[in-house]
Write a protein of this length. Structure first.
Length: 131
């Protein structure tokens, strides 16, 4: 930096969001204590970039949007009729097109220079209360 010059520092973040719809196929009758199931669905996903300034304020823009699917299975253990605990494992495949023309994609240059896909495997634990 030269004399009298200042450099603004930015922090780039990439946010992944999605809206999904799933169906469950219960493998044994529901009145059992242990209830295993299979699950599958489709969704709409998006990547957005957020450039944060040191003050904490910044701009957000849509980087890319696309579709995807998820598949997996899990189980629930019913302790009472109104309370259960469970676990599931889901594979998600997300497919994105080209970045939006107006998007500020500086933080995604290495990731989205054209069509791309993201694949994840997640484990989730659940508590369910029925009123």
């Amino acid at each position: 930096e030269g004399e009298g010059e200042t450099t603004a520092r930015f922090q780039d973040n990439v946010d992944l969001w999605g809206v999904t719809m799933d169906l469950r196929y219960i493998l044994v009758p529901r009145w059992r204590i242990f209830v295993p199931y299979l699950q599958a669905g489709v969704g709409v996903y998006g990547l957005s970039t957020r450039r944060l300034k040191p003050s904490g304020y910044g701009e957000q823009s849509l980087g890319a949007a696309g579709g995807g699917f998820q598949a997996g299975g899990g189980f629930e253990v019913y302790f009472t009729r109104w309370f259960s605990m469970g676990m599931r494992i889901l594979y998600r495949g997300m497919f994105f097109g080209d970045p939006a023309e107006s998007a500020d994609i500086t933080c995604m240059d290495a990731m989205i220079l054209g069509p791309t896909s993201i694949h994840t495997l997640s484990t989730e634990f659940t508590l369910q209360f029925v009123f």
